[in-house]
Structures are given as C-alpha cells and as structure tokens.
Design a binder for this molecule. Structure first.
Ligand SMILES: Nc1ncnc2c1ncn2[C@@H]1O[C@H](COP(=O)(O)OP(=O)(O)OP(=O)(O)O)[C@@H](O)[C@H]1O
Length: 255
C-alpha cells in the first residue's frame, strides 16, 4: 500500500494490490517515502521482500502494453543502485529496471490511470530522497527540468559523443528530462551560442567534455548583458575529456 500520508498529499486513494506480469499479486509500499518494498502475496512461507531505495530511482513512467487485447497497464521504475562490479572489488551504480502490471479493473483506462498514479507517486517520492551531503549548499532545479547538453566530440579520446549516447541519453529519457543536444563544431562554438541564446528555454546547462568547454560556457554567460542573471543558471559537467579534473571534484563533493 502507498504510505497514507503520501497518498493524501497526492490526493489519490491508496492502491491495494495489482497483478504482476506472471499474474501474481504484489503489494508495494513506499515505506517512510524512502523505499519501494515489493512482496509477493502468497500462501508459501517464502515471503521474500525486495526493497528498492528511492534515492537510487531516477524516474518512473506508466504506459499501455503493445497488445491491444490486454486490459492491463504497466509502470516501470528505473533504479541505479551501487553494486559490486563483475570481477572487481569496487562498486559502481548499475541500472535496474522494475516493471509492474496493473490489472485492477476490466477497463484499460482505469488501469492506466492507476499506473500513472503509481508512477507519479514513485517519481515524487524519489525526488525528495536525492542524496545530500553535509557542508554542500543545494538549490532545487525546477521540475520538469529542461536541459541544454553541449558535447565536444573531440574531447578526451574523441569518445564524448559515444559516451553521451551510450550512457546519458537513456537516463535522461528515463528521468523524463527534455534535452536539446548541441554537438560543438569548432572552438568557441559553445561560447558564442551561450552568449546569444534565449536561456529561458532551459532550466540547466550540461557540458559533456573536459574542463575547456565548461570555461567556454562560463565565459559566454559572463559576456552577456544580463550576465548577473545568466550566471545563476545551474551548470552541470559530465566527464568526457581526458583529465576531467573539475567533474571529478564536483562529483566527489556532491556524492
Ligand atoms: N568541435 C570542436 N572542435 C575543436 N575544438 C573544440 C570543439 N569543441 C570545443 N573545442 C575546444 O576544445 C578545447 C578542449 O576541450 P575539452 O576541455 O572539452 O577537452 P579535453 O582537453 O580533451 O579535456 P580535459 O580538459 O579533461 O583534458 C576547449 O577549450 C574547446 O574550446
């Protein structure tokens, strides 16, 4: 069951149970808003619980299945928990996708609405669970967050664009973050673009490169007439260069 407090905040009746894709009843709870707990309801003594930490969840979406005869609806939550790497002693965030089927009614629309309520509840609760670290000042970025991503295709070993499409683009889709992608074509391309652009289109600027492209963007922001407002735009840096010194220190302090 949804936490009643959360359910009333969202003004939705708490869902009780729904059938999984294997037609097994499942019950889930957003215990204290910090975790999604999944437990099979069965007569067997094996009542194994699976707990997903909502701090590891980047988004959740509801949808109808491809089979038009299927009255059920689905919601999928995307988690990136720390897990041990194969053949390695270190841990890294790894993707886990958890899909549920909602089949409370014979009406497909009611099931889809129920799935959407779950997706919103999980997304909203996971936003509240974003990791915090003492001594770091946090400012919330408006949601839904629209981002401009600038990628220098020559950064590092020339793999920044492949890193973006292979790792980042899918996560932005899972997190329902609309993204405008610009691949820089020459030196100072990003600087000129940021100097002249209508920045109200985006809530954050993200640079996938080494340190050099970020400095270009900061210079472009500072060259604007409205620089005092422009420089308040949240900036993000994803490591795509060779040294990535700035990205490494920013991410170290924000973990
Ligand atoms: N399309 C492009 N072609 C040539 N140069 C570019 C292009 N886009 C950006 N640049 C310039 O390349 C310079 C170096 O880029 P960047 O810092 O991103 O990568 P890097 O030098 O490989 O990384 P690191 O700083 O981690 O060593 C930047 O100062 C930027 O002005």
């Amino acid at each position: 069951m949804l936490n009643p407090e959360l359910a009333s905040t969202l003004n939705i009746p708490p869902p009780t149970s729904f059938a999984s894709s294997e037609s097994m009843a499942l019950q889930a709870s957003l215990a204290l808003w910090s975790a999604l707990t999944i437990q099979r309801i069965s007569s067997s003594p094996d009542q194994t619980k699976v707990v997903f930490n909502l701090a590891d969840c980047i988004g959740c979406r509801a949808f109808r299945g491809p089979d038009k005869a299927d009255v059920g609806a689905y919601f999928t939550a995307y988690f990136y928990p720390f897990k041990r790497r194969w053949m390695s002693t270190g841990v890294a965030r790894q993707r886990v996708e958890q899909c549920f089927r909602v089949a409370l009614a014979q009406d497909p629309l009611s099931n889809l609405q129920e799935a959407e309520r779950w997706a919103h509840a999980i997304t909203d609760a996971s936003v509240l669970q974003a990791p915090r670290r003492d001594g770091v000042v946090y400012t919330e970025v408006r949601r839904p967050c629209r981002v401009l991503v600038l990628v220098n295709p020559h950064s590092g070993r020339g793999q920044a664009f492949q890193l973006f499409t292979g790792h980042v683009q899918g996560m932005l889709t899972e997190a329902a973050v609309p993204c405008t992608l610009i691949i820089t074509e020459h030196q100072n391309h990003a600087r000129e673009l940021v100097r002249k652009a209508d920045l109200s289109q985006w809530d954050a600027l993200v640079i996938m490169s080494g340190d050099g492209l970020l400095f270009e963007v900061i210079n472009g922001l500072m060259e604007r007439e409205d620089w005092q407002e422009a420089i308040q735009t949240p900036l993000g840096i994803l490591p795509g260069g060779s040294g990535n010194a700035l990205a490494a220190s920013v991410h170290h302090y924000s973990q």
